[in-house]
Design a protein around this ligand. Structure first.
Ligand SMILES: Cc1cc2nc3c(=O)[nH]c(=O)nc-3n(C[C@H](O)[C@H](O)[C@H](O)COP(=O)(O)OP(=O)(O)OC[C@H]3O[C@@H](n4cnc5c(N)ncnc54)[C@H](O)[C@@H]3O)c2cc1C
Length: 518
């Protein structure tokens, strides 16, 4: 709600913190959560909504990166697999294990038996924490998922990873909320426009993007978590680094559900590159592409759409091929990939560029820069940045694993018992509410007990109660309806625009915002 945001912005003005984090994508959000849990005073700002740039455009996969074994990145795969395991264990309702079904045909760069051996190695690298992989005959692929065209298939492979069934932006917001609850000074739509360094302190000039008003904040250290914009901000801060960022554009198309919706499909495209069909409730997300771009601001082009639709239609047995009329929504973002300071790399190396992250410390100016990374890698990033600020002399408490994760199962059981004891909310809804709000699901229930009309269902599939919208409006820093539709929920990705348009006024009223857009 705008009132909450203004209050938070005002609390930033003239404040002094140990660490100011610029950028509220996954890297900034996880940094704020880890540092505030370690007793470090922090501020977190983003010039858009939290997670409104790269971190809302991912494939929603929490994975060790089986395909990175192709480029022999064993250390990276090990690190990502361990991170996946930690996330799956800590977020049992938000990070779900899921099967991948890969189909091998003429476009596959290697035979299915070799991929099968790779999958066993991948399973072992991940400490056997997922289900055992298995190689399938084409007839078994056909039987499990009849929508896959197996006429050219040479075999299939099932292995397991995890995904975010809700959405990447909401997952990211969970870290923002955790930082906020631990006292971090947090504001969206707040841009760092200038920063001056003197006597060991940074003076940050912040602009409220919504009304142009100015605030000033002092900080001993800056964490540059601006993702694709990292090099621009470092130039502004007069920081020189050993690494830079190269931008790789990736797009996804969202269409009505393909197949059972129980597993991710993997295929090789005509360039022998892997792409996926990923479940999102009653929808499927198809992607992605990997195109080198210079400008981080990108859009889906006709060529992108045509490419993705051509690939998928060639591998599915549909009554009619998918066309642009079937596309409900699109996602488009740039991966910030780490390269050397010169920024040079061979065009032929492009698809092999590592998905690793690097953290660099400028000791003279007190700046920590986070290059690259993945949603999957978020816990490692949070913990490594904590070490980096400690190296800069900021006092930090030791962290245990309680800085992240969902509340214990016993609390969920108590919440489920509360739901059962009231007549207001369908018991089937309990887990969804827990998945979305954690402990705060109790507040949603309290609202309904106080005002039973709020138990009314606003949207049926995915189900949203009116009480949830009020809760989001009051406690999730929503400044405009787009924040709600695209990031606190995924409604603008999964629902048809005209159906949403009919409800915008009602949604805005429940959120407590006066304008539908900004
Ligand atoms: C197509 C695609 C698919 C992907 N799929 C996966 C996947 O399945 N699994 C996975 O683990 N990873 C995936 N990734 C990678 C992952 O999404 C990114 O690595 C991650 O989101 C980057 O997060 P970030 O916080 O560094 O950047 P961002 O999310 O871009 O955040 C940076 C923020 O900084 C803000 N900012 C910039 N300048 C300023 C300023 N001056 N003042 C205030 N704020 C500022 C911006 O507004 C922005 O919100 C994918 C990426 C893409 C593009």
């Amino acid at each position: 709600m705008e009132r909450q945001r203004t209050r938070l912005l005002d609390s930033l003005d003239n404040a002094s913190v140990d660490v100011a984090i610029i950028g509220g994508g996954i890297n900034g959000a996880v940094t704020a959560a880890a540092l505030s849990a370690a007793g470090v005073s922090t501020a977190l700002v983003d010039r858009g909504d939290f997670s409104s740039f790269t971190s809302q455009e991912s494939s929603n996969l929490v994975w060790g990166g089986f395909k990175y074994l192709q480029s022999y990145e064993f250390r990276l795969v090990r690190k990502l697999s361990m991170s996946r395991n930690r996330l799956t264990e800590a977020y049992p309702s938000q990070v779900e294990p899921i099967e991948f079904l890969a189909t091998f045909d003429d476009n596959s760069p290697y035979p299915v038996w070799l991929a099968g051996m790779g999958a066993v190695a991948y399973w072992a690298i991940g400490n056997f924490a997922t289900d055992r992989p298995r190689v399938l005959r084409p007839s078994t692929v056909e039987k499990i998922e009849p929508v896959i065209d197996t006429s050219r298939a040479k075999g299939g492979l099932i292995y397991s990873d995890a995904y975010l069934p809700d959405n990447d932006a909401r997952f990211t917001f969970g870290f923002v909320k955790s930082a906020l609850d631990r006292g971090s000074l947090t504001a969206n739509y707040t841009e760092l426009t200038r920063a001056d360094f003197a006597d060991g302190w940074w003076t940050l000039h912040l602009t409220d993007v919504l009304d142009g008003s100015a605030r000033t904040l002092r900080a001993r250290t800056i964490v540059n978590a601006t993702g694709p914009w990292i090099d621009q901000l470092n130039t502004q801060l007069s920081v020189t680094t050993e690494h830079r960022i190269a931008h790789s554009k990736g797009i996804h198309l969202i269409v009505p559900r393909i197949g059972s919706g129980e597993r991710v499909f993997a295929f090789f495209d005509e360039d022998e590159r892997l792409y996926y069909v990923i479940p999102m409730g009653e929808r499927s997300v198809i992607g992605t592409t990997d195109t080198r771009v210079d400008d981080p601001i990108t859009t889906v082009t006709d060529q992108d759409r045509e490419f993705v639709l051509r690939q998928i239609n060639a591998r599915l047995d549909l009554d009619a091929p998918l066309t642009t009329d079937d596309v409900i929504a699109e996602r488009c973002g740039v991966r910030p990939l780490v390269v050397g300071a010169s920024g040079d790399h061979e065009e032929s190396d492009w698809l092999q560029l590592s998905r690793k992250h690097e953290i660099e410390i400028d000791r003279d100016r007190g700046v920590v820069s986070i290059f690259g990374g993945k949603l999957t890698d978020c816990l490692n990033v949070g913990e490594e940045v904590l070490d980096a600020v400690a190296e800069l002399g900021i006092a930090t408490n030791k962290l245990d694993d309680s800085w992240f994760g969902e509340p214990p199962a016993a609390e969920l059981a108590r919440f489920q018992a509360r739901i059962r004891a009231t007549d207001h909310i369908d018991t089937d809804n309990a887990l969804t509410l827990w998945q979305r709000y954690g402990r705060r699901a109790n507040f949603v229930l309290d609202r309904v007990i106080e005002e039973p009309a709020l138990a009314e269902i606003l949207w049926d599939e995915p189900r949203y109660l009116k009480a949830e919208i009020v809760e989001i409006g009051e406690h999730e820093m929503v400044a405009c309806v787009e924040d709600f539709l695209r990031r606190r929920t995924s409604l603008s990705l999964t629902e048809y625009g005209d159906e949403l348009d009919d409800r915008i006024t009602e949604i805005s009223e429940l959120l407590g915002i006066t304008t539908a857009t900004h």
